[in-house]
Ligand binder design. Structure first.
Ligand code: SF4
Ligand code: SF4
Length: 370
């Protein structure tokens, strides 16, 4: 579908995309984790841009980070130190996994972008005090952004950003819904391009583009469903090949539990209440990642429910090598899936992934088995 082409172009050349955005609106704030309050960044007048590693060889970052940090964190630091992120005005670091927290310190001491903020949201999200705490953190971040912009973020602007992000989330959810219902409607690679593109493209333009894609997909005659129904679970998926390898092995991705997927865009924010209250509810109530806590069984139950809702034949964990939160979480998640008789496979991936052959063999074996 030609309407998806701009998403492929965007994800293949994020620096080119950023330079176009810079020429139009100027100011770009980077982030790496889906706990970054994008709506506030946008309402302040900045462009929120999720950063992924350019997957270049790591050399400069070696001086600051151990080899046992995930390739996302190492790769983004390398890109920054090598000057590949000079289009950024600044960066925001939510308080999540250890690697991102350490990167935050290294970034503050070794880069000279004009804006820097830590957004220290609580790790426990289900306590009586967590909501008030999140609201205070958001207020502080808002003040930081206002200081950088030199003007205040008014309620109307923030509400408009919330409505825009709701529109984007609604369209992404609809695309996922259609993909689950009619898996052949979109290739996995196109789905990947849409969701990754949505994290970096101009948001106003994005909302319109997504709406067009939804209309086109809804107008298509339903295609026969092919392939075993797979759910991708884990941290960040920045590997389009995994979708095509799954398809070549006889599977098709029908849903995900990824922070570069459903966990990032699911749900809608309330538009008629105080905007900061709406933001607080979003970050307190969204599906948690293992760097946060919201009950001992929440994540396992969510994944089982996702698998049942989407009639999954199997779940594939795609976890970045050295991603501690997800590695520690995996045995617990597996227990839930095993108890529900849902077949699952664990893959350890790396941004510098070599040798697709072994990966392909494991996927083929798993998909033939389920
Ligand atoms: S998995 Fe959690 S901590 Fe890691 S980037 Fe995603 S939201 Fe942030
Ligand atoms: S992949 Fe894992 S270790 Fe790396 S930034 Fe995300 S949560 Fe942290």
């Amino acid at each position: 579908m030609k309407e998806i082409e701009p998403f492929h172009i965007a994800i293949n050349d994020p620096a080119g995309l950023a330079s176009g955005i810079k020429k139009r609106s100027g100011r770009i704030i980077g982030y790496m984790c889906s706990y970054a309050p994008e709506e506030l960044i946008h309402a302040a007048g900045f462009h929120p841009m999720r950063l992924f590693s350019s997957k270049s060889d790591i050399s400069l970052a070696e001086n600051h980070l151990q080899a046992y940090c995930c390739s996302l964190v190492r790769g983004v630091l390398e890109d920054s130190l090598a000057g590949r992120l000079d289009y950024l005005e600044g960066m925001v670091f939510p308080h999540t996994c250890d690697s991102i927290q350490r990167l935050s310190d290294i970034w503050r001491m070794n880069t000279d972008y004009s804006f820097f903020a830590d957004v220290v949201m609580p790790a426990k999200l289900n306590t009586a005090s967590s909501r008030a705490y999140i609201t205070d953190v958001l207020k502080k971040f808002k003040a930081d952004l206002e200081g950088a912009m030199g003007h205040s973020i008014d309620q109307a602007n923030l509400r408009a950003s919330i409505c825009l992000f709701n529109r984007i989330r609604k369209h992404l959810s609809r695309i996922y819904e259609l993909k689950s219902k009619f898996p052949s409607i979109l290739t996995g690679t196109d789905l990947f391009a849409i969701v990754k593109g949505a994290m970096i493209m101009d948001r106003e333009e994005l909302a319109d583009r997504l709406e067009t894609i939804v209309h086109l997909l809804e107008g298509q005659a339903p295609l026969p469903s092919t392939g075993k129904r797979i759910i991708l679970a884990g941290s960040i998926c920045d590997m389009p090949d995994i979708y095509s390898l799954i398809e070549a092995s006889g599977g098709t991705v029908v849903a995900d539990d990824l922070c570069t997927g459903n966990r990032w865009f699911e749900g809608q924010m309330e538009e008629d209440i105080d905007p900061l209250e709406a933001l607080t509810a979003r970050y307190a109530d969204r599906t948690v990642c293992p760097a946060k806590h919201s009950g001992n069984t929440t994540r396992g139950e969510n994944l089982v429910s996702l698998a049942k809702t989407h009639k999954a034949d199997g779940v594939i964990f795609a976890v970045l090598k050295f991603c501690d939160p997800h590695a520690f979480d995996y045995p617990y998640m597996k227990k839930f899936l095993d108890a529900g008789a849902i077949k699952n496979l664990h893959l350890e991936l790396d941004d510098q992934q070599q040798g697709k052959g072994q990966l392909s063999t494991r996927l083929e074996t798993f998909i033939h088995m389920i």
